[in-house]
Design a protein around this ligand. Structure first.
Ligand code: NAD
Length: 473
């Protein structure tokens, strides 16, 4: 049995296929990963980092070919696909440079005693990833997990299984398995799997968290978002800023966890904003074949995704929303959805209150800051947000009140990422972090060896019921 992947821009074109891993095979695969773990985790850190650096070099060397394959299986513009692969290589090198520090054991030997704190890997890590940025979201798990000494079983999405399989083959001690929810359940339940890392949607997240809870296994959950972009009344955007803002919502046809998904503009500046936004969309949005270098927006990933977003847009129109088409899709064979801006919707319209994950964005107006703060925070989700203002201090002060794991200032989405910035959600957008040193620490557990001063050879000793630290020893 195989997973076949079609090209969402030309659904009759089969891009490739991969073998399905039956859930019954997990035991043997996990046993082998566990056996490899025992050897890999004992190798010096430098020996583990070297093949990761080599993989980054290979990704750069093959970026043209890999980028084209990624564009054909996901429908993302090829320029963006190459960018994702290059960024993943940059991240791998960054983590190799940081790993020596983050994974170093520490020892304290002072008047309180002798104490070592040693980071240790979990064993076999199960990583479950989505289709929309499969390379970077897999590398964010594989890289730190492998550097820390774990081995990894990676389960990519059936909607983008091909490029990630190729990339994972460049990394040591990573095994790719393909399948659906039953395979994921088997991975989580296997006694050799010590940690689970998941990025994806709400429904899968709940199923995975329940299974991990049942098995009492630690879990990183990176889930969806419904990011507000708040324009304070002094916002000052250049035409380039507007173009960046348009792509913050419509890159990958809006199918990005941290896309700008709700735009809040002061009422008295609404017309001015709309005119400049529409002009920028005209300039920057080119909808078409993802392999065309000039294209900035391709199709959505599947027929089901196109139907779901189209239904949200129809619902918005039925509620009296004014739907403005930002660019026409020239090709109709694939799963293309025209990008739209929806004006005049109430906050309870599903296009506003749920993660739309498609090329449709509501433009909402507000009267004062207290009001917009409460409306921006009125969501179960808390992944990203942005604040736009001519006054950076004012923007930071407003950002401090937003319930979001990552707030961008005067930008939103990938243009605002930093390798130093931990990324992850508040509220129902998940827990745990990726990127930065926090993202590395997800794959180690600290263990301690302690010889209290009182009981060291020749030490003063202590009464049996004393707390050593409280007595100052
Ligand atoms: P998805 O949840 O449908 O699939 C993600 C992975 O989970 C895939 O490998 C899939 O095969 C598997 N899966 C699906 N249902 C499952 C189940 N019931 N049990 C176990 N595994 C299951 O998500 P998707 O459509 O691939 O990606 C879109 C979602 O991911 C959006 O909600 C998006 O916001 C979110 N996302 C979050 C981040 C982040 O960093 N927070 C990044 C990218 C995407």
């Amino acid at each position: 049995m195989r997973v076949h992947r079609e090209n969402p821009a030309r659904p009759r074109e089969l891009v490739g296929s991969v073998p399905i891993t039956p859930p019954e095979a997990v035991e043997v695969i996990a046993r082998e990963a566990d056996r490899r773990f025992r050897e890999w985790s004992r190798a010096p850190l430098s020996a583990r980092l070297e093949p990761l650096r080599a993989a980054a070099d290979r990704m750069d060397a093959d970026v043209g070919e890999l980028g084209e394959l990624l564009a054909r299986e996901t429908g993302k513009p090829v320029v963006d696909c190459r960018g994702e692969i290059s960024f993943a290589a940059v991240y791998l090198r960054w983590l190799c440079d940081r790993a020596e520090t983050v994974f170093a054991p520490t020892e304290i030997d002072d008047r309180l005693g002798r104490l070592t704190v040693t980071p240790r890997p979990y064993g076999v890590v199960a990583a479950i990833t989505p289709w929309n940025a499969p390379i970077i979201l897999s590398i964010l798990k594989l890289g730190p997990a492998l550097a820390a000494g774990n081995t990894v079983l990676l389960k990519p999405s059936p909607l983008a299984p091909l490029t990630v399989t190729r990339v994972a083959q460049l990394l040591p001690e990573s095994t790719v398995v393909h399948g659906g929810p039953e395979l994921v359940q088997a991975l989580i339940a296997d006694p050799r799997v010590g940690k689970i890392a998941f990025t994806g949607g709400d429904a899968a997240g709940r199923a995975i968290a329940a299974a991990a809870g049942q098995a009492l296994k630690p879990l990183v959950l990176e889930l969806g978002g419904n990011d507000p972009a708040v324009f304070l009344d002094d916002f000052a955007l250049t035409p380039d800023d507007y173009e960046r803002l348009v792509l913050a919502s419509f890159a990958t046809s809006g199918q990005v966890c941290m896309a700008a998904k709700r735009l809040y503009v002061p009422r008295r500046r609404g017309e001015e904003f709309l005119d400049a936004y529409l002009a920028a969309a005209q300039r920057i949005l080119r909808v078409g074949d993802p392999l065309d270098e000039a294209v900035t927006m391709g199709p959505v990933v599947s027929r089901a995704a196109a139907d779901r977003v189209t239904a949200l847009i129809s619902d918005a129109a039925a509620r009296g929303g004014r739907i403005i088409t930002l660019a026409d899709s020239p090709e109709r064979e694939g799963y293309f959805v025209d990008p739209i801006l929806a004006c005049g919707l109430a906050d309870d319209a599903p296009l506003v209150s749920t993660e739309q994950f498609g090329p449709a964005v509501p433009l909402l107006t507000y009267c004062d800051e207290a009001e917009v703060l409460s409306r921006a925070n009125d969501s179960d989700l808390g992944l990203g947000a942005s604040v736009w203002s001519a006054d950076e201090d004012r923007a930071f002060a407003f950002a401090a009140q937003l319930e979001a794991g990552f707030t961008f200032i005067n930008t939103h989405n990938r243009t605002g990422m930093s390798l130093h910035a931990p990324f992850g959600g508040m509220k129902r957008s998940g827990y745990g972090r990726e990127y930065a040193e926090d993202g590395l620490r997800e794959y180690i557990q600290t263990t301690v060896t302690h010889s209290p001063a009182a009981f060291r050879p020749g030490g003063p000793g202590l009464p049996a019921r004393a707390y050593p630290a409280a007595t100052g020893i």
